[in-house]
Design a protein around this ligand. Structure first.
Ligand SMILES: *Cc1c(COP(=O)(O)O)cnc(C)c1O
Length: 328
């Protein structure tokens, strides 16, 4: 195992390749889309890896399925617990159902009912907690300990990171060598996994993380080489509101990522609607981060081959329609 000043590197390309074998036939090999309009606008050759078409609508299924596949038989028998009100909840619920592992998901009482129902629909037990009286992580850890359940974190786990990296592995195997790979960043699970894959399969490719301006903890961590955090950032990119990277992802990001960029919420919205209207790709705000960096001119990509991970498409249409009116 390699170690760096920032901590041990707990995931290698071999782990990503092994994850690809585990998820084969279960995860969708999502389509890669191109657009002559995007190429003309950027002067680049751009490849969008569309994880909005992944099972449950986001790349999170990859990491969850890989992590649940790697439980010991005893752990699998007892079941797993995750805390999330977003895509990770549905990913763990679905992976659990497919692998015959009982999943319990801790969600705040005021989580959108559609999300609670979707998670129950995949067969998971939803445990609601009052976020005014209990800290989510403390609450989740207490229940996991009481019931002997394995905790599946949304990003800071080697098996989760390895699973997420399969998205970039598939992209590069399909389209060939890249100059840049743009990946959104919340806690850095998708970014670090994809950067590991790119480093192995397209060694000259620069992996670049993209964050919302209001939740730029990973960008500040990258620049200062010290783990930074931010608290409840009010960005519309709800998948990237994480407080900070983790012990697993921070050293991997420092080792494999070439740069970090930020986009503001107005740029994000513009890109989200542009992807819907021009490319017919339904993306959620967080899913549009990487594309926004490119389309809003944060990166000079002229003459380059650029991969863009579109991370997910679970967007509330009522909410989106209101945003549309307010930006007209
Ligand atoms: C979770 C999520 C992210 C952020 O992923 P990290 O691994 O935490 O960086 C980005 N986009 C979508 C759609 C997500 O669900």
């Amino acid at each position: 195992m390699n170690s760096t000043d920032f901590g041990p590197l707990l995931v290698s390309y071999e782990d990503v390749a092994a994850a690809a074998q585990r998820i084969a036939g279960q995860a969708i090999r999502t389509p890669v889309m191109t657009s002559t309009t995007v190429d003309a606008r950027t002067g680049a050759k751009v490849f969008f890896k569309c994880e909005n078409f992944q099972r449950m609508g986001a790349f999170k299924f990859r990491g969850a399925y890989n992590a649940l596949s790697l439980l010991t038989p005893e752990e699998a028998k007892r079941g797993v617990l995750a805390y999330s009100s977003g895509n990770h909840a549905q990913a763990v619920a679905l992976a659990g159902r497919l692998l015959g592992v009982k999943a319990a998901i801790v969600m705040p009482m005021d989580a959108p009912p559609v999300k609670v129902e979707a998670t129950r629909g995949y067969g998971a037990e939803v445990i609601l907690y009052d976020k005014h009286t209990a800290d989510r992580e403390t609450f989740a850890r207490k229940i996991a300990a009481e019931r002997g359940l394995a905790l599946i974190p949304p990003f800071d786990h080697p098996h989760v990171v390895a699973g997420q990296g399969t998205a970039a592995k598939e992209l590069i195997e399909e389209v060939g060598q890249l100059d840049y790979l743009l990946v959104c960043c919340g806690g850095g699970g998708l970014l670090s996994g994809c950067a590991i894959a790119a480093n192995a399969l397209s060694p000259n490719c620069k992996s670049i993380g993209v964050e919302p301006e209001l939740g730029d903890d990973a960008t500040r961590s990258f620049r200062t080489k010290t783990l930074q955090s931010c608290h409840n950032p009010e960005t519309i990119a709800d998948g990237a509101r994480t407080h900070s990277m983790g012990k697993v992802t921070f050293p991997l990001v420092m080792a494999y990522v070439a740069d970090m960029l930020t986009v503001n919420d107005a740029e994000l919205l513009r890109t989200m609607f542009w992807l819907w209207e021009r490319m017919k790709i339904v993306v959620e705000p967080t899913g549009a981060l990487a594309a926004a960096a490119l389309l809003e001119g944060k990166l000079d990509a002229k003459g380059k081959r650029v991969g863009v991970i579109v991370s997910g498409g679970n967007v509330d249409l009522d909410w989106a329609a209101k945003q549309r009116v307010s930006t007209q």
